[in-house]
Design a binder for this molecule. Structure first.
Ligand code: NAI
Length: 327
């Protein structure tokens, strides 16, 4: 059988962690033949560490054949030791009266420390997925704090937006979500993201032609996908967790095992594609194979799309400017 790989998860005692760890341990992320060692990080706070102990007891009680070990940590230098995959879920949520700048600064502190720790102790091929918000900017901070690791190994989660868009389009076209291909979401994981179905097909038919309604696109579809997180908070009283964990599994599985030629959306550092300045962690259409992702190039960007891309890029550059002095 295969040698176990090490998977670090931060914020492991949080609600996404609770929906995520059991699926990683059951083999849904890296394959049903790949043993894993979970290296879990929580803040040193006693309550969080106790909650983490409880989660570990439950992981043990699942008796997952692929779970080759579980570790609890409060220090990123230990949690990230030799890790092959790092899912950075834990982040500082916006508290009452907290300004955007405070939020950025609090998270900059967390993700500089974690980037440095990855740089010092992780596998040189570590694949990093940042889930904790603001995800793109946190990924950017971690990447900048880890100069000895390849920048391309730092990614942010746009997959939940991608999956939300796919589900809305399946409902609109009356087709199965699994038949939808070539969908993408450009930009920031925030309400400014641009879910783009101009190239998408369902059962081989153009979704743009099937929908044929630009007003629905601009006034219904984009706001629905963009504000879906808020709609879930309003309904559930808690932010999306199971669907976020599911998207994290999808992102890592496709990156590790390949997308079989299909497009998926990942937030990745630009190399200048589509005029996005190099280094900006931006949602792009990618295909994945052999453990590497490749940005889909050469797509036409029409005036409406360019306007949307400019908006989400401007927001991201604003966030980046807001943390520059902290890096
Ligand atoms: P939660 O509050 O239930 O759990 C977060 C956990 O992270 C807590 O247990 C906390 O103690 C821990 N934590 C905080 N700072 C940490 C640090 N420096 N090191 C290790 N652990 C730390 O939150 P939830 O619902 O699990 O969400 C986690 C993050 O994911 C939030 O930032 C949320 O906004 C984000 N999110 C991102 C999505 C995306 O699509 N990119 C979708 C949904 C949520």
């Amino acid at each position: 059988s295969k040698t176990p790989v090490r998977v670090a998860v931060t914020g492991a005692a949080g609600q996404i962690g609770y929906a995520l760890l059991f699926r990683i341990a059951s083999g849904e992320m890296l394959g049903k033949d790949q043993p894993v060692i979970l290296q879990l990080l929580e803040i040193p706070d006693e309550k969080a560490q106790n909650a983490l102990k409880g989660v570990i007891m439950e992981l043990e009680d699942c008796a997952f054949p692929l779970l080759a070990g579980v570790e609890a940590h409060s220090d990123p230098l230990q949690a990230f030791k030799d890790t092959d995959y790092a899912l950075l879920v834990g982040a500082r949520p916006r508290g009452p009266g907290m300004e955007r700048a405070d939020l950025l600064a609090a998270n900059a502190q967390i993700f500089t420390a974690q980037g440095k720790a990855l740089n010092a102790v992780a596998s040189r091929n570590v694949k990093v997925l940042v889930v904790g918000n603001p995800a793109n900017t946190n990924a950017y901070i971690a990447m900048k704090s880890a100069p000895d690791l390849p920048a391309k190994n730092f990614t942010a989660m746009l997959r939940l937006d991608h999956n939300r868009a796919a589900s809305q389009l399946a409902a609109k076209t009356g087709t199965a979500v699994g038949d939808i291909k070539k969908l993408t979401v450009w930009g920031n994981h925030s309400p400014t993201m641009y879910a783009d179905y101009r190239f998408a097909t369902t059962n081989g038919k153009s979704i743009k032609d099937l929908v044929n309604d630009q007003v629905w696109n601009a006034d219904t579809f984009l706001p629905t996908v963009g504000k879906r997180g808020a709609a879930i908070i309003a309904a559930r009283g808690l932010s999306s967790a199971a669907s976020a964990a599911n998207a994290a599994i999808d992102h890592m599985r496709d990156w590790a095992l390949g997308s079989n030629g299909e497009w998926v959306t990942m937030g990745v550092p630009s190399n200048g594609e589509y005029g996005i300045p190099a280094g900006v962690v931006f949602g792009f259409p990618v295909t994945t194979a052999g453990g590497e992702y490749k940005i889909v190039e050469g797509l036409e960007i029409d005036a409406f799309s360019q306007e949307r891309i400019n908006i989400t890029l401007a927001e991201l550059q604003g966030e980046q400017d807001g943390v520059k002095h902290l890096l």
